[in-house]
Design a protein around this ligand. Sequence first.
Ligand code: FHN
Length: 441
Amino acid sequence: MKRILFLLLLAASASAQSYQPAPENLEARKWFQDARYGLFIHWGVYSILGDGEWVMNNQNITVPVYEKLPRFFNPTAFDAKKWVQVAKSAGMKYITITSKHHDGFAMWHSKVSKYNIVDATPYGKDVLKALADECEKEGIKLFFYHSHLDWHSPDYFPRGKTGRNLGRPESGDFDKYLQYMDAQLTELLSGQYGKIAGIWFDGWWDQAVDEHEKNERKTNIDWKLRRTYDLIHKLQPAALIGNNHHVTPFEGEDFQMFERDLPGQNQFGYNTSTISQLPLETCETLNGAWGFELKDQRYKSPEQIVRYLVNAAGRNANLLLNVGPMPNGEIQPEFVERLAAAGKWLQANGETIYGTRGGIVPPQDWGVSTRKGDGLHYFHILKKPATSYLFIPNVTAKIGSIQTYEGKKPLKFKQQPEGLFVYLDGISTDNWDTILEVRTK
Ligand code: FHN
């Protein structure tokens, strides 16, 4: 506890200054952008109920009743090796797993609360530790998703928009809650879990001021975010901080995320923020749910997965694709098969995705482009164009050659002041993604 207080003090004095990412942090940002594809895992005791990770709030399950769940949580089929292999054969380079979701349950052996997988379940093992060790062995980087919002802690008070009918007293010490959160993060970042690629925060929005719904209970909350961010960077300077607060990034954050939308889109009302200069990531579900939902059959096809990934890369963003493992610890076969099929596509075409940045051509009706270094570009035709050629306006870079990525068939093109014409004669554009390899002079 002394060490934590000392680190908090250090972090507090750093908070006054503007954030200067450490060299290793800048290096990690580059790695992150090169990686382009990660596996999101929402897993907790809620999986037992097969009704998603919001079940506690949605069914108004009070704290003492919800606390029975850990007693049934015995995921004997959990195998970190298998999980990491699922990510690897999908072509993913990192895993982001829920260390604590909104239900407040710690999926590691926390020393500051008994409400954790080792002390409160018959399983009694630290799954994050097993996963961290396996990731390290297999060269997969590991992020922790950590919820600011907590439906279990009595000190999470004043409450936000959610978790209001869970039987907690109408009092609490928010500062104490923040210290508890920082103490838990310190546990995760103090080396026992190795080098952590980053912390993926969520739940800040629970108490954020909503312009459309002015509400006094949501004001005057100081989350002391800089204190927490500085603490993280102090413990592990390379750890990337992202916060799914649905607004423009705050000082101290290292990447920006978009939930269930490509950067620039806002289908669900979450993503009203501007696109920053930070590395970008979009997260999406493989079926319709984050945590395990027994009845959810809305699986995305391998083709949809590939197109989403390509669309993200073309907008300079990573894709973090989610699975919600079952309460026995297995990732359901419907997920595994689809991920592996999309992974096959990546084996053949990954070069046009990994290590790329958003391309010289902004997203078009027919698809997107990615860029590798300065002279090499990929045009990804995701939708059969209406004409036998592509017309791309405002291409200022001087095009040297264009050929198909598969089979290296040279294509005719014409560059005029109004734009670039690429003639597609003799090539099929009916594929998941028809890739053209373009060199600029
Ligand atoms: O409430 C969460 C939800 O459960 C899930 O974790 C997603 C993942 O992006 N984020 C929140 C909603 O913004």
